[in-house]
Design a protein around this ligand. Sequence first.
Ligand code: DX5
Ligand code: ZN
Length: 222
Amino acid sequence: MNPQRIHPSILSADFVNMESELQRISTADSVHVDVMDNHFVPNLTFGPQMVSRIQDVSPIPLDVHLMISDADRWAPGYAEIGAASVTFHAEAAAEPVKLARRLREIGSRAGIALKPGTAVEPYLELLPEFDMVLVMTVEPGFGGQKFISEVMPKLRLLTEARQKHGTQTWLQVDGGVTVDTIGIAAEAGADIFVAGSAVYSGDPAEQIEKLRASARQHSCGV
Ligand code: DX5
Ligand code: ZN
């Protein structure tokens, strides 16, 4: 079993005070950085220049989630910035395995993300090619949406595939994760939990601890 990790999403942070917003989540395991291009998703955040500055000042490693088209072309640039992990969407990559190999070569962990409607089956045999699979628990694009528990069977399939391949692939959930829903994902086998609004709606350090405690209580044990 992998250790459980909490990755707050700065999508819910105050963008004009990013440096102090990063300090407020320094007790978390990584910062989840949502890059959106207003094409793959109907929302726009920031690009490599901003991510590079976040990398410079962040007290914790960067977990970059790319919600952008043509990931094959743009994702390696984020690995070059020094992000600890770079996750691209399966729906936006022409050659996901080739891209994941490139990201690893540069020195980042390679993650692949699946929208709620995207089947996991085609990726189960490819699991050793990825360091992380992100199972989206909302439609990507916006914070503050409701957790979609119907995708939990994907995590169970991934947990089985991970055992079969003998890999330690991280299984991440992102969207609608709160103190109330985190247990559902933990029981299904998730070990990396992204939370935006749940962390920044109160005192971030306190919220991070509450999320950790709730995830620990519901750990699936595999
Ligand atoms: C949504 C983003 C998420 C978002 C989660 O497309 O990928 O990372 O910040 O926000 P909450 O936790 O508020 O659902
Ligand atoms: Zn995200």
